[in-house]
Design a protein around this ligand. Structure first.
Ligand SMILES: [Fe+2]
Ligand SMILES: [Fe+2]
Length: 292
């Protein structure tokens, strides 16, 4: 883990052990885990999530699961598995539709409300991009999943969609986490600044490479351009390097298989008070799981 808090004199808090008085219910620790990629990513989540939650006394766990099914998409069974492992909310991104069966799950699955797809996809598609819940400590929270448009499928404007959905939240919901699934660093940073002071955190996903720019923006929003993925870094953004190299060298798009070896979990830990971020720190766990 790295980092701490910065900006406008915020207190720096240790992630190692913070005991909270019962009355301090608006203090929330969020753990966000980046894109779970295929079986190595799922194995890492099984190996580390419960220990991370206990070690850091996490109140809210959000996991991006868009690559859980062999690197491409997610199924209802895999979403349920991630929820059973301790995720409170599963977010996704452009790959959410890769497995057709996820559409049925998003319509009527057991915990479908806690499995998000980017909110700015057309409303005719199943699922939602916003979830409201209550943390283990009793604090109301919301998770919003949006997708960028630069170098990606043209969708509804994610900025206006954020405005629209944030306006639906009650004033009591101060802890608001945003997974912004986008390709361009500029678009991600723009979203961070656009929502600064209105949400607790804007964390980027999709590029699968963690960025070293975690910080707290002036009005209290924690930001990181990309949290990185949870999977095998021996490959190229999660896939076998020989197959990806072949694509670059020949221009022929063949099927890609998940990589194996040198796997790690990438996440970010955020502490917030009254909905304002007070610290943000990257979190990385290397695999000790055979086969990863
Ligand atoms: Fe991804
Ligand atoms: Fe993606």
């Amino acid at each position: 883990m790295t980092g701490g808090s910065e900006g406008r004199g915020r207190r720096t808090l240790s992630f190692t052990s913070v005991s909270r008085p019962a009355a301090e219910r608006s203090f929330v620790k969020i753990l966000f885990v980046g894109d779970i990629f295929a079986s190595p990513g799922r194995a890492l989540l099984r190996a580390h999530l419960s220990e991370l939650v206990a070690r850091h006394q996490v109140d809210l766990v959000v996991v991006n699961g868009e690559n859980a099914a062999g690197g491409f998409g997610i199924t209802g069974a895999l979403a349920e598995e991630m929820l059973a492992l301790g995720a409170d909310v599963v977010t996704t991104g452009n790959h959410v539709w890769d497995r057709k069966e996820i559409q049925d799950y998003l319509r009527s699955g057991t915990n479908a409300a806690r499995v998000l797809r980017p909110a700015n996809f057309p409303p005719t598609l199943p699922g939602q991009g916003l979830y409201q819940g209550v943390t283990r400590g009793g604090e109301p929270y919301a998770v919003l999943n949006l997708q960028g448009r630069v170098y990606m499928t043209p969708l509804d404007c994610p900025f206006r969609k954020a405005d629209e959905l944030l306006a639906t939240l009650p004033a009591t919901c101060r802890t608001i986490f945003v997974d912004f699934h986008a390709e361009a660093t500029s678009e991600k940073q723009a979203m961070g600044w656009y929502l600064d002071g209105r949400v607790t955190a804007v964390i980027g996903t999709h590029t699968h490479v963690p960025t070293a720019d975690e910080r707290i923006l002036p009005h209290g929003t924690a930001f990181q351009t990309d949290v990185g993925m949870t999977g095998a870094y021996a490959g190229i953004i999660g896939c076998r390097q020989d197959e990806v190299l072949s694509r670059f060298l020949t221009g022929v798009h063949t099927r890609l298989e998940p990589a194996e070896g040198d796997a790690c979990l990438n996440g970010v830990l955020i502490e917030a008070q009254d909905g304002k971020a007070v610290s943000i720190a990257r979190c990385r766990e290397r695999s000790t799981v055979v086969g990863c």
